[in-house]
Design a protein around this ligand. Sequence first.
Ligand code: G6P
Length: 611
Amino acid sequence: MCGIVAYLGPRQAQEVIIKGLKRLEYRGYDSAGIALMNGGLNVYKKKGKVSELESTLKGLNLESHIGMGHTRWATHGEPNDGNAHPHYSATKKLAIIHNGIIENYSALKQDLISKGHSFQSDTDTEVFIHFIEDIKEKEQCALEEAVRLALTKVVGAYAIVVMSLEEPNLLIAARKGSPLVIGVGKDEFFMASDATPIIEYTNEVIYLNDQEIAVIRDNKLSIKDTSNLPLTPYVQIVDMELEAIEKGGYEHFMLKEIFEQPRSIMDCMRGRLDSASGRLVLGGLRDYVNALVNADRIVIIACGTSWHAGLVAEYFFEETCRIPVEVEYASEFRYRNPVIHEGDVVIAISQSGETADTLAAIELAKSKGAIIFGVCNVVGSSIPRATHAGAYTHAGPEIGVASTKAFTAQLTVLYMIALIVAHKKGSISEQNYRELLVELENIPGKVETVLAHDPQILQIAETFKDSTNFLYLGRGYNFPVALEGALKLKEISYIHAEGYPAAEMKHGPIALIDEEMPVVFIATKDSSYEKIISNIQEVKARKGKVISVITEGDTHIPKMSEYVIEIPATLEPLTPLISVIPLQLLSYHMAVLRGCNVDQPRNLAKSVTVE
Ligand code: G6P
């Protein structure tokens, strides 16, 4: 939710910032703005994408070596020019960009209004900068002290950057609950919501921690915490290639990321799994493996696609480890009064590692004594830092808003965790363990085979692109895949879609079926094969249009389906790694054919840092 970038150094600030904002657009894209010190502290902002802001800047003299920019996902106030960031203070001597939510902004605003302040926007952020200036004037203190004092009084989440007309070589940044990375170059500094705007200039970064304030003044960086304690910056080397965050010849990031899956699944297993020797190691699990082996219960918390990965994990953990598993939406878990005991292990799954509900659910479970294990993709993000231990998915940056390669990498890590635990616990036979290891290594090749069916999937998309509803049905391990297929379609093509366990269809969704209703069956040759054939017959009998994802060589289901997509056979528990691929491609092509913005679907954001 919202991307922020700032720069101080010899380059043209607006070039670095605009390029950086484009890299961060996955975080939000309803409006964008930039503040530069070019003959004054000037703010330029515009409703719409960063490219629209860029067009409005053409021809202006933007010569400046310090500045900051923002791309927004609206929380307070509709997306329009006025609500776009940066926001000025009352005197216009200060400006701010902000990612997060100030929960007590309303009370602060009332107080400021009673002191004569008036506001140009509906945002909590504008209140924040007025508040900082009010403190500065009242306390007659330096700006960094005013920022610090303000931070001790605001409630909520923030990553902010503040600039001042009176100190044209100063950037002040702070974070709590929203990410902020500082890039350290030669005589230059960068700040951003993640490392992607930074890596083409420097790979030396500092991940700011919660309650920390960074001050860059006259090209020197100092960090302190909100209690005024000076801290030594911890510089890390970020390991990310520029090509990983560019489209590399693909029309969209989503397509690139779908096609990257053979590689990303392999990367996820690299150095961890070796079927020949039976070796399976997750470094992050080592100290906590006994907690999982002895767990009375595993609770999985996640949102969106990550939650679907959790559902697959539930089936696999229960089957192989014989430990009861519950899968919870983080947003529900955190607001009920969940029963968590000390013997419980919580696994939090998150691509971004920043999802606010998941983070809050982790804190709640931690406070009740659970061991928390994280499965995240973004290295150095908040969730891996909030958990006791974890394993990264190593899928590489995922930029398309609809999650694809992160899902299959999450599944791969979850399978590996369960196999380590089951093996140690003795709840899986050596033969079954070995077969699963071998088959996990075969998965990238099998995903490649499915990707080769892309032209055929495009044809199916052409046939159904004008449909207004879709049903996705699967059983067993393919039930979460049905949910994921439906979510992908909804997210990017805006077609209403429902995912259901196939057998549940007769308890409601069957009423929807007529000749207009396409039904996608994930009907691979597994233990529910006969049962799902009956479900297909039930749809056929009501004239529904059947698209089936089947196992290669199946001659039976094609006879009862309008369209089939073949996928290679695999061991039943691993099927989701392969069966989800055609559904990702189907949703992608449908969305492109309908003229939708695939990488930046309306109203969505990739990293949901607000609840
Ligand atoms: C957003 C994204 C989804 C993602 C979900 C959870 O809704 O659009 O693609 O699955 O957040 O995000 P996380 O980063 O925690 O996996």
